[in-house]
Structures are given as C-alpha cells and as structure tokens.
Design a protein around this ligand. Structure first.
Ligand code: ADP
Ligand code: ZN
Ligand code: ZN
Length: 735
C-alpha cells in the first residue's frame, strides 16, 4: 500500500455509494470527520467513512478533499459501524443515514460546539486578588475564594450547586475582568451527590434479582427482557442500574417511544440521577437538540433520554442501554430511514459490548420469541411494587344491551359505584373526533375524502370534516351535497361525542378528554394530567394516549368502550396490539392502595384472544398468539420486507411493482417468496394510489442476501412517471 490513500466519503441524499477523493491537504483525519469536497460544480459537506488503498478508477482523475471541517471525528468507530450496519440492513443510503444522525446545523458546514463542559476560571488579574479585597460584595468574594482553590476552573453548574444563585456575582466579576469562560474535560466536573439515589425505596426481592442480573452483566453484551407488569417497579430498576453505571464513569442511553407523553419519567430521571440529563426528541428546537446531542457526544451528560433517533447519538462511554415500552410501534421509524430503534439498540449493545434492557408489561411477540430461543434473558417482575393489588378484568357482553353514549347499563352502574366511593374512572375509546361517518338519511351520501380511500371524520367542536389519513379539512355541509336534503346524520362515536354523552349522563361530574385534538396546544397535556393527579377530574376519557406510561393512582375503574373494531382489523398484528392496549389500560387502574377493576365492552365475548387474555393474562395470550403466527408462517417465524409504491394512477404503481417482481424472480432462492403486487389496504391516500409487494423468507440471512442483490436493481429500474417507492425491512404496519 502506498502513502496516497483514497478517502471514501458519504454524501447526504439518496446516493447509495461512497465517493472517492484524494486526501489532498486535509492530512489524515479519522473516519467520522466531516469534510468539504468538490462535487460536480459545487461543494458539499460529506462524512469521511473510510480510507481505501485504491479505487476502481484512475486515481489521477480523482478530485481532492478541500479540507476537514472538524478537529476530531463526530462519530467514533463504533458509532460508524452501527450506522453502516443499519444502512445496510434496512437498505437505506448510507449518506442519508449518517446525516440524519446529526443535528441540523452539523449537516451543513457549521462548526462543532467547543468540546468539554462550560466552565469558569480566574483571569491572571483575578488570581492576583485576595478575597478580602472583595469584602463589600460577599457573593463575589465567595466565588473568588472558591475559584482560587481550583485554578484549572470549575463547571458553572458545580458552582451553582455549591454556592446557590451566582449569576449576578459572576456578571460583576466578569465585567471587572477577573473571571473568564473556559472549557473543562467532562471528567473534571463533579457529579451531583447521590443522596437522592440512596433515598430511593428498598427494592423488593424480584427487583433486587433483576438489578443484580443487569449489574453482573455490565462490561459485556447481554440482552434482557424486563417483563414486569405496570407499576412493578421497572423504572426503579433502570434508575438503580443507571446510577451504578454512572458512578463507574459510564454513560447510559434510555429510549422511550414518545417523550412528550411522559413528563413524569423525565422528572424522575432528573431528580434521581446525577449530572445533566440530555433529553433528545424531535419536538425540541434545533439549538436545544444540538446542545443535548453535544452533551451526549462529548461525554458531559452521563444519562441520555431520548426517542428512537437517540439510538444513533454518539456516546463515548456507553455502558448500558434501556428501551422502555419496547413493544411500542413508534420505536419503528415509519418513513425515510425505516429502522427499528429497539432492534438497533440490541445491535448497538452488541457492538459496544454492554447490556441492553428491554422493559415492558406487554412484550412484543418478536421479543418473547427471542427469549424462548434463548437469545434474550428474561427478568420477571410479577408483582406491583409497594404492594398495590392488580386489577380484575371483566368482559362485558353488550349484545342486545341498551347503550347510552356507547355505555352499557352495567358499565354505567360500575361507574356510578366507583365515583360514589371517590375513585376516578378512565374510559378508553381509540377514535378521536365526534363521529367517524357523516351520512345523508335520504339518499345515502357519505362524506368521503376526495383524496383518500377513506371516510372523513366529523369534528363538531371545530365544525370540520377531517381526513385522518391525509389531513384534508372541509367544512361541514348544512344540507346533503348530493340530494340537497336536510337530514344529515352522524354515525359511530369518537371521543368528542363520548365526552358530550358523559356530560349528559353524569351531570356535575368533572370530565377531561385526552386525545391529540384536546392536547394540541403546548402544555395542555401536562395541565390536564396535573388536574387528574390533583383529583380535580373524576372521569378521564381518551384515546390510546391514556395507555402510555402515565400513572393514574386514583383510577379505580377502567373501561374499554369498543374493542370489536380492533379485534377484526386486517393487520396480522392487530390482536397483539389490542392485547397490549388492554393490558396497558388495565395497568392504569388501582395502582395505589385500592384494587382496580377493568371492564371490556364487546360483542364477541367468545373471541379466543379475549378468552386467553382473561384466563391466563398477557403471557397466556402471547403463547396462543405465537402458536397462531407459527401456524400461519408469519413473523417472528418468518421475516418480511415490504416494497411500497405510490403514483397518481394505480396502474403505474402496479407496473413498477411488476417490474420489480420480474427482477426479483431470478434472484429468489427457494426460501424467498414474493406476494403481490396488490393494492395496499388503504389503496389511495392524499390523491395517490398505493400498492405493495411483500417479500417473505424463513431465514433472516437469506432475506438479507436477496435484498442486497435486489435493491440495486430497484434503483436502476427505468423510472415510471410519478412513481415513488420505498422498501421497509421488518415492517410494523402493513397498510
Ligand atoms: P413501572 O416502571 O414498572 O411502571 P415504577 O418503577 O414506576 O414501575 O414503580 C411504580 C411505583 O412504585 C412508583 O411510584 C415507584 O416509586 C414505586 N416503587 C417502585 N419500586 C418500589 C419499591 N421497591 N418499594 C416501594 N415502592 C416502589
Ligand atoms: Zn342526500
Ligand atoms: Zn384524505
């Protein structure tokens, strides 16, 4: 190998390959560094991925890198390996994968924030002073005295912890030229003391066993399923394990499905764990996000709490990964780079050599399958921590029952009983809006979305017809648009209508609705949750948002209004999702000293899924569901990839998929099966027709092998006008 190495650079966008450059004058920065390169007639920011001894072409025709943009790489070797692995596994362009893992400003040529932690130190003038000279300004004097003890500087954060409010004293000293800003090595920053961790509750034996298993595994790869019912103290176990990791100088990454929904969790982490908590999610402003990313990547933040994209955040001392609510579908990205953050968390732990804890009350069938196969180690927390009793679950056959506001007489009676004893009631109806259908009683007209293969939902509060698939909004017609008749009727019931019905049935009772509509305004969810906690709300109703991670200790009765809709959905995962939802809702009831009760309204009480869930709990349901999946040869017993196409015309989408299939056939080994092309279940959305081709394979490596050969042919296919396509490996949604 000669001195002149070839720099291989990833560029953003849909470009699958790496681009070769001569190193030019940039020297030999480490892979993971951003570089500025000439590209066509312009220049682009790329990421140096690797060096190669030679390129496939004549090196004299290569252009040179202009310069390196970073003094040190943004991605460590292990980070790069993870992202390269993910891009290959999910068949996504590497450049795009790398750039989506960066804060927005760093995707351009913006400079990296200075490394280390913001600190304060004395200037030469300050160091020459004695504290007595500042006797008339005691706060400045205290600050000066403290800084004289640490000439290398102190983190502003540590100073505040020691001395209290120092802002104005600091400003004064700065104005006199006595102190200046500096950057400190993260290791030089004292952690907050761990008394909060010590003041935590004593673990019960199961928690202690789970914690011991995780701590013993520290330092090596080991995947765990922490299978614990809601309120069993999983979070407590995470916190203890993380505290241990942090005390040993490591970093922990905690991923949750949606941070906006769990302000309580964030607060618990903040108050119980030392050091700054880096919080990363998509709702942050760009600057906040970059700051948090930097705190994580520089090692300043020992704990990182984030949503799925946090799986890619560089963490130099990563020693533990936790994925909370690992069953939640929102851990899978559904557009662009379609990765599963849970699966990548496991992969990352393997690359780094650390334990990964997947926690949930309702494990995904995939995860249980991994436990059964011996790949994951199961830790069980079968009891509620602090002695709260689990709820009883009852099926309520509502056939031939007179319903009012969708509630059967028995459920209404239970509600009155719960309210009479001072309990709160939670009602789940997984459909927002007032009514899912608006129809004409004279001619049968139905309000459908002109752009989708779907009906428009009536939102009475906003006086709108709203398409939940494409977001189209129309005003509510006064008369039938088809026959002009006045008799328009609303069919079905959403949360808005349920709220209205409850107001009539329970006059004087305080009711709160929690769904995406009622919580759209910033801070509204927090406000509603706080009102529930203060006991100002007696009936709480809403969509599945209610089942996500909140604690409702005052709830003694939970009701699921309409189960049947979900039982008979077309997606093969619908039963799994329904069972998870039921168990998650049940987990909200009776968490404190009072036992709770759960009532499920159904017209199919004999349904085998409901029966197994009732008799044997989630574990029994999961066993039955896994047996069904195995018989039907569905995941996790087979592996899927879904090729989706959409176009203004159905024919174009199908033609693209037919061509894709033609290219696939010669590549298929006997294990790979192609199903389709067929129109998608939602065959039209936002004015575009949608179709899909499913690839199924009994072996993951065989599927990967097939995709590796097939995807390049898809990119090379003759373009059909208007067709957009995407490939989804391990799809979670089949619509
Ligand atoms: P999960 O994450 O499984 O829902 P949490 O860790 O949030 O459970 O615990 C539920 C409640 O029980 C919390 O209020 C928590 O403070 C409390 N708790 C957890 N572990 C214990 C324990 N060992 N003793 C007493 N209370 C506990
Ligand atoms: Zn009509
Ligand atoms: Zn629509």
């Amino acid at each position: 190998m000669t001195e002149a190495r070839i720099a291989r650079v990833a560029l953003p966008g849909p470009l699958d390959e790496l681009f070769d450059y001569l190193p030019g004058a940039m020297g030999q920065p480490e892979p993971g560094t951003r570089v500025l390169v000439p590209f066509g007639r312009s220049r682009r920011v790329g990421i140096l991925v690797e060096y190669a001894a030679e390129c496939g072409c004549d090196p004299s025709r290569l252009k040179s890198v202009e310069r390196a943009l970073d003094p040190r790489p943004l991605f460590a070797p292990a980070d790069l390996t993870l992202i390269r692995w993910a891009a290959r596994y999910y068949r996504h362009p590497l450049g795009d994968a790398l750039f989506t893992a960066l804060p927005a400003r760093l995707r351009e040529s913006g400079p990296l924030l200075a490394s280390g932690v913001a600190g304060i130190r004395l200037t030469a003038a300050g160091a020459a002073l004695t504290p007595a000279e500042l006797a008339r300004a005691p706060r400045q004097q205290a600050l000066l005295a403290r800084l004289l003890e640490s000439p290398e500087g102190l983190a502003q954060r540590n100073l505040e912890e020691e001395l209290g409010g120092i802002t104005s004293a600091l400003r004064a000293l700065r104005a006199k030229g006595l102190v200046e800003s500096c950057r400190l090595e993260p290791g030089a920053v004292a952690s907050a003391d761990s008394s909060a961790v010590l003041a935590a509750p004593e673990l019960n034996p199961e928690q202690a066993a789970a914690l011991a298993a995780v701590s013993e595994a520290l330092g090596g790869f080991r995947p765990f399923l922490l299978d614990g019912i809601t309120g069993s103290g999983k979070t407590e176990v995470y916190i203890r394990a993380i505290a241990e990791v942090v005390a040993a100088g490591g970093q922990a990454l905690v991923m949750v499905p949606e941070i906006g929904l769990t302000p309580q969790l964030r607060e618990r982490f903040r108050t119980r764990l030392p050091g700054p908590l880096a919080v990363l999610h998509s709702a942050l402003a760009a600057g906040e996000r970059e700051r948090a990313w930097h705190q994580a990547a520089s090692g300043e933040a020992p704990v990182v709490l984030g949503t799925r994209s946090a799986v890619f955040v560089p963490l130099p001392r990563l020693a533990l990964i936790v994925v909370d609510e690992e069953h939640d579908p929102s851990l899978k990205q559904q557009e662009g780079f379609r990765y599963s953050a849970r699966d990548l968390a496991v992969r990352r732990a393997q690359l780094v050599g650390c334990p990964v804890v997947l926690g949930t009350a309702t494990p995904a069938l995939e995860t249980l399958h991994n436990v059964i196969a011996g790949r994951y180690h199961r830790l069980a927390l079968p009891r509620r921590a602090g002695g709260a009793r689990p709820p009883t679950i009852n099926l309520l056959d509502i056939r031939n029952q007179p319903l009012r506001a969708g509630l059967s007489p028995v459920l209404r009676e239970r509600m009155h009983a719960a309210l009479a004893t001072g309990g709160q009631v939670l009602l789940l109806l997984n459909r927002r809006g007032y009514a899912p259908v608006l129809t004409c009683h004279s001619c049968g007209w139905v309000g459908v979305c002109p752009d989708c293969d779907a009906r428009m939902t009536l939102h009475l509060g906003e006086r709108r017809l709203w398409c939940h698939h494409c977001g189209r909004i129309e005003s509510v017609p006064r008369d039938c648009p088809q026959c002009g008749g006045p008799d328009l009727r609303m069919l079905g019931r959403g949360t808005e209508r349920l709220e209205e019905g409850l107001t009539e049935l329970f006059p004087g009772v305080r009711i709160a609705r929690i769904d995406r509509d009622s919580t759209r305004r910033k801070g509204e969810l927090t406000r509603l949750l706080a009102a529930v906690h203060r006991g100002e709300v007696q009936i709480l109703l809403g969509t599945q948002m209610l089942a996500k991670g909140h604690d409702f200790p005052g709830v003694t009765l939970a009701g699921v209004i309409d189960l049947d809709h979900a039982l008979y959905a077309s997606d093969f995962r619908a039963p799994e999702r329904t069972a998870q939802l039921i168990v998650q809702v049940a987990g909200r009831a009776g968490r404190a000293e009072r036992a709770g009760e759960v009532v499920l309204q159904t017209r199919h009480p004999e349904h085998p899924l409901l029966q197994s869930l009732l008799r044997e709990g989630y574990g029994g349901f999961a066993r039955a569901a896994l047996a069904e999946r195995e018989a039907a040869q569905l995941p996790p017993f087979t592996y899927l990839a879904l090729l989706r196409a959409e176009a203004p015309e159905q024919e174009a989408a199908l033609a693209f998929l037919a061509a894709a299939r033609a290219h696939a056939e010669p590549l298929c080994s006997s294990e790979v099966e192609l199903l389709g092309p067929v129109p998608a279940p939602l065959s039209r959305r936002a004015g575009r027709h949608r179709a899909q081709l499913l690839v199924q394979c009994a072996q993951r490596p065989a599927l990967q092998h097939f995709l590796a050969h097939w995807t390049p042919t898809l990119r090379a296919l003759r373009r059909i006008k208007g067709v957009r396509w995407s490939l989804d490996v391990d799809p979670q949604e089949m619509v």
